[in-house]
Design a binder for this molecule. Structure first.
Ligand SMILES: [Cu+2]
Length: 119
């Protein structure tokens, strides 16, 4: 009888360890990428490809180093976001992509281009 209880206890402990170390990881990963710095310079956004998951609030910090008026606005068309980027200052933008897919972000002339890849 005692042996059976010890075995059951061992199985429960193993199940808890598996659950804690393997199955809880995806939740932690969502928080990791919540803040992203984007540099606006020389005609490109860096990074130009940002990966995230649907429903996760994202804080994007745009730093514009390009004095050209071409770079002064960033537009996320599908998310209804259009924001002015002051030169040499960080502009914080909060976006929450609702569904998986590719969301383009561009300047108003679509010369600067980036993609929010949502899984
Ligand atoms: Cu432009």
């Amino acid at each position: 009888m005692t042996t059976v209880l010890v075995n059951v206890g061992g199985a429960v402990a193993i199940a808890l360890i598996v659950w804690w170390f393997w199955l809880t990881r995806p939740a932690a990963r969502r928080v990791e990428n919540a803040v992203i710095d984007v540099l606006v310079a020389d005609g490109v956004y860096t990074p130009a490809r940002i990966e995230t998951v649907a429903g996760q609030p994202l804080l994007l910090r745009f730093l514009r180093k390009d004095p050209s008026p071409c770079a002064e606005r960033v537009i996320f068309d599908e998310l209804g976001v259009s924001a002015e980027l002051p030169l040499n200052q960080t502009r914080e933008l909060r976006v929450t992509p609702p569904r998986p897919g590719d969301y383009l972000f561009t300047c108003q002339m679509r010369m600067y281009r980036g993609t929010l890849v949502v899984k």
